[in-house]
Design a protein around this ligand. Structure first.
Ligand code: NAP
Length: 267
C-alpha cells in the first residue's frame, strides 16, 4: 500500500547489514530513500525489491565515502535536495586487533569513514534542516564508544567521537526542532565481523543480536524520543545513572585552582 511520503531518508552503508534493514523499515514507514554504499549491484537489488514491495521512490548512489570526490558529491546532494528529512549515518567499518597487530593505514581509513565522512555529511545536512525548521539524524555509534577496551582502540575511539559529537549536536539543535539520535548497538549479526577480522562464528552467540531486532529496537527508541539508544541494555535506569554521573562532574571540570590532592602532593 502506498502511503503519504515522510520525505526522503538518505542512508549510508545501505548495501548490507544494519543499513539495508533501516532501508526496509524506513520505506515501510513511508520514506522515499537515497541508498549509499560502494557496491552498486547490491544497492540496485535492494532498491528494486523495496520499490516493488512498498511503492516508494528509491534512488541509488554508488560512492566510496573514504574518497574526497565521492564524499563531496554526497554533501552536495544533502545541501541541495529539499526532500531529505532524515540522514542515517550508518556506514562504518570496525577492527578487532590490538595496536601491535594493526596497520596504521587501515586505521586512518577507518577514521576517514567512521569520523570524517559522518562529520562532513552532518555538516552538509544540518543547515538545510535548520532552515526548514525540521529534520532528523540517526548516528550509528557502538557500545565500544563507552567500552573502548572491548575491541580495537581506534574503532572504539571513532565511536566515542560519534557519541560525543551527537551529544553536542543534541544541545545545539534541540531548540531548532532537529532530532539527533545516537544508536549504540552491541554485537550484531552482520558482515561487519568478517570485515573487522573476527568471523561472527567466533563471537559468543549469547551476545549477538539479529540485525532486524537491533534496528527495530533502535527505531522504537527513536519513536520514544530517546537521545541515546542502547538496544541490548535491559534497564534504561543504568544508562540514566551513568549519564547523571557525567552531568554531576560538569560544574567542577574547569576551575581556577587545581584540586587539593595535587596541591598536597606538590607539597
Ligand atoms: P556491514 O554489513 O559490513 O555494513 C557496512 C556498510 O558500510 C555496508 O553497506 C558497506 O557497503 C558500507 N561501507 C563500508 N565502507 C564504505 C565506504 N568506504 N564508503 C561507503 N560505504 C561503505 O556492517 P554493519 O554491522 O551493518 O555496520 C553498520 C554500522 O553499524 C557501522 O557503522 C558499524 O560500526 C556499526 N555497528 C555494527 C555492529 C555489529 O556488531 N555489526 C555493532 C555496533 C555498531 P559497501 O561495502 O557496499 O561500500
Amino acid at each position: 500500500m502506498t502511503q503519504h511520503s515522510k520525505g526522503t531518508a538518505l542512508i549510508t552503508g545501505a548495501s548490507s547489514g544494519i543499513g539495508a534493514i533501516y532501508a526496509d523499515r524506513l520505506a515501510r514507514r513511508g520514506y522515499d530513500l537515497i541508498l549509499v554504499a560502494r557496491n552498486q549491484s547490491r544497492l540496485n537489488d535492494l532498491a528494486k525489491r523495496l520499490t516493488d514491495e512498498t511503492g516508494r521512490a528509491i534512488e541509488v548512489v554508488a560512492a566510496d565515502l573514504g574518497n574526497k570526490h565521492d564524499l563531496g558529491r554526497l554533501e552536495q546532494v544533502l545541501q541541495t535536495d529539499a526532500s531529505i528529512t532524515l540522514l542515517v549515518n550508518n556506514a562504518g567499518v570496525g577492527a578487532t586487533a590490538p595496536l601491535l597487530d594493526s596497520d596504521i593505514d587501515k586505521m586512518e581509513e577507518m577514521i576517514m569513514l567512521n569520523v570524517n565522512a559522518l562529520t562532513r555529511l552532518t555538516y552538509a545536512a544540518v543547515p538545510r534542516f535548520v532552515a526548514r525548521g525540521t529534520g532528523a539524524i540517526i548516528n550509528i555509534a557502538s557500545i565500544v564508544g563507552i567500552a573502548p577496551e572491548l575491541l580495537n582502540g581506534v574503532y572504539g575511539g571513532s565511536k566515542a567521537f560519534v557519541l560525543a559529537f551527537t551529544q553536542s549536536l543534541q544541545k545545539e539543535l534541540s531548540e531548532k526542532n532537529i532530532r539527533v539520535q545516537a544508536v549504540l548497538p552491541g554485537a550484531t549479526a552482520t558482515d561487519f565481523w568478517g570485515t573487522a577480522g573476527t568471523p561472527l562464528e567466533h563471537v559468543p552467540s549469547e551476545i549477538v543480536m539479529p540485525a532486524e531486532e537491533m534496528v527495530d529496537a533502535a527505531l522504537a527508541g527513536f519513536d520514544l524520543g530517546e537521545q541515546v539508544t542502547i538496544p541490548a541494555l535491559p534497564n534504561v535506569a543504568d544508562w540514566e545513572l551513568y549519564e547523571a554521573a557525567r552531568q554531576k562532574l560538569m560544574p567542577n571540570l574547569s576551575l581556577r585552582a587545581p584540586a587539593a590532592r595535587y596541591l598536597n602532593a606538590a607539597g
